[in-house]
Design a protein around this ligand. Structure first.
Ligand SMILES: Cc1cc2nc3c(=O)[nH]c(=O)nc-3n(C[C@H](O)[C@H](O)[C@H](O)COP(=O)(O)O)c2cc1C
Length: 171
């Protein structure tokens, strides 16, 4: 993979999130069972905040992946080519609580010494160090139709903002 300066990254982020989706992954060495997990996500983005290059993602409280994210210093976002869409669909419909869904989906995981989870077949990998996390609150929604449409079970997302430490593109 080649390191790319975020300012030179020319991909369409709207298509990357909304059409291609990604895997959000974290590692927790003390976790019972497999020490990492990942889930499919299509909501998120990248930009600039606090004079840093950041990405942000949104995770509902019931996701198993959240247990890992909350224990880890790092979150990775992995984007794949279209041929992995089935695998991402699988990881977005099944929970790591019920088994090794990443292997079942045919994905090969690596974990670095720093505890960063990456996928061998990823086209783009973005490694972020957590800067900020906050739980969305009902009272903070200005347009209440967003609430009604997206949160019938009141399972409001936690928003994570991470400083992008590495953005890598496969050769
Ligand atoms: C296309 C797609 C996009 C998704 N986007 C999100 C998201 O942005 N945030 C979220 O919390 N869940 C999202 N999900 C749901 C999780 O991926 C799903 O609940 C997953 O099974 C959670 O796995 P886990 O329990 O192993 O963490 C999405 C699912 C799909 C199929």
């Amino acid at each position: 993979m080649t390191l790319v300066n975020p300012k030179d990254f020319g991909e369409n982020l709207f298509k990357m999130f909304d059409d291609s989706w990604c895997l959000i992954a974290s590692y927790d060495e003390k976790h019972e069972g497999l020490p990492y997990n990942a889930m499919t996500a299509s909501w998120g983005g990248m930009g600039v905040l606090w004079n840093k290059n950041v990405f942000f993602c949104f995770v509902r409280p019931q996701r198993y992946t959240k247990e890992f994210i909350d224990k880890s210093e790092y979150i990775s976002l992995s984007f794949f080519d279209e041929d992995k869409k089935k695998a991402l669909t699988y990881c977005g419909r099944n929970s790591g609580r019920d088994g090794d869904k990443l292997s079942e989906a045919g994905l090969n995981v690596t974990v670095s010494d720093k505890g960063i989870v990456e996928f061998e077949d990823a086209k783009v990998t973005v490694i972020g160090r957590k800067l900020f996390a906050a739980d969305m609150k009902e009272a903070d929604f200005i347009d209440k139709s967003v609430l009604e449409k997206n949160y019938p079970n009141k399972d409001y997302h936690t928003v994570y903002v991470c400083e992008i430490e590495e953005l890598k593109v496969s050769e």
